[in-house]
Ligand binder design. Structure first.
Ligand code: GUN
Length: 281
């Protein structure tokens, strides 16, 4: 049976580390601040934003949520971001995605000051990650790297297969694994013979968004399986990996819930405090 990577435990460890850094900053007169902007009433987004707000407050971070109607114009949203870029109370600005259809996501992301972009979605930060220079790294892939580090899993020279090519998870995940000297393959919805790739994966990262599609026969024995998916199947939360069967083949596996998810929030707090540290000099 695979060893379960406990994301709840590691997220709590990370959040305590962050809370300690917050105390050090406060002693220097700096209170890290995060503002989250949410448009509309999308239930999953509302739940994520509540979680971020609560976790930030628990870590000693000043947190505000700006909840606007879904009819908000792109111009109004960009004007708000520009005001927040100059608001010293906030070191991090996060616009919860997805945005309503009438708004161009890339235009909104580009309006965020790169040094406050704690999501790591701004082109400047995407470029910094590609170049391997200092910036902000997207929270979910950063959380995966942190889990591997906490578990003592070294990816040097290993074949890492990432399924998914989104800007939020797949692409930055591949960059991070490459920067740690893994041999990286990116698969996606158009990949032919997916299982031929997954069966060669020493590390498999599934970020597909379809419930339980990675079956045990697609997994290399004694590999590390990281499940980024959060899906609902018959009202139950499940990942992209068929956990019950996969955990009989893999050496390490992340559960859903309680795997990568809690790390995403921990990394948002980490990035916010990093932003405050950098601004404090
Ligand atoms: N929606 C789903 N994941 C994310 C994320 O990491 N950041 C933001 N801003 N929105 C999201």
């Amino acid at each position: 049976m695979a060893q379960v990577i406990d994301g709840k435990k590691w997220s709590s460890v990370s959040r305590q580390e962050t809370a300690q850094t917050v105390e050090l900053l406060k002693a220097k007169g700096v209170k890290p601040g995060l503002v989250v902007i949410l448009l509309g009433e999308h239930p999953a987004s509302m739940s994520y934003v509540r979680g971020k707000d609560k976790a930030a407050t628990e870590a000693g971070i000043y947190s505000e949520v700006i909840h606007l109607p879904s009819s908000t114009t792109e111009t109004a949203l960009v004007q708000l971001i520009e005001r927040l870029n100059h608001d010293d109370r906030f070191h991090g600005i996060l616009v919860q995605l997805p945005l309503p259809e009438h708004i161009n996501e890339q235009s909104v992301i580009a309006a965020i000051a790169p040094h406050k972009d704690v999501d790591g979605f701004h082109p400047v930060n995407v470029g910094a990650l590609a170049l391997g220079i200092s910036g902000f790294v997207p929270c979910t892939p950063l959380g995966v790297m942190k889990l591997l580090e906490y578990e003592g899993i070294d990816v040097t020279g290993k074949h890492a297969v990432v399924i998914g090519r989104s800007n939020i998870v797949g692409k930055p995940m591949a960059q991070l694994l490459l920067s740690k000297s893994a041999t990286v393959t990116i698969c996606h919805s158009k990949t032919q013979n997916l299982s031929a790739f997954t069966r060669q994966a020493d590390l498999l990262v599934a970020a597909i968004g379809k419930p339980c599609v990675i079956k045990a026969d697609m997994i290399k024995p004694q590999s590390v399986v990281i499940d980024v998916g959060i899906n609902r199947l018959d009202g139950k939360l499940c990942g992209d990996v068929d956990y019950a069967s996969a955990s009989e083949v893999a050496q390490f596996i992340t559960p859903v819930p309680g795997g990568v998810g809690p790390m995403t929030i921990a990394m948002l707090l980490h990035n916010t405090v990093l932003a405050a540290q950098r601004m404090a000099g």
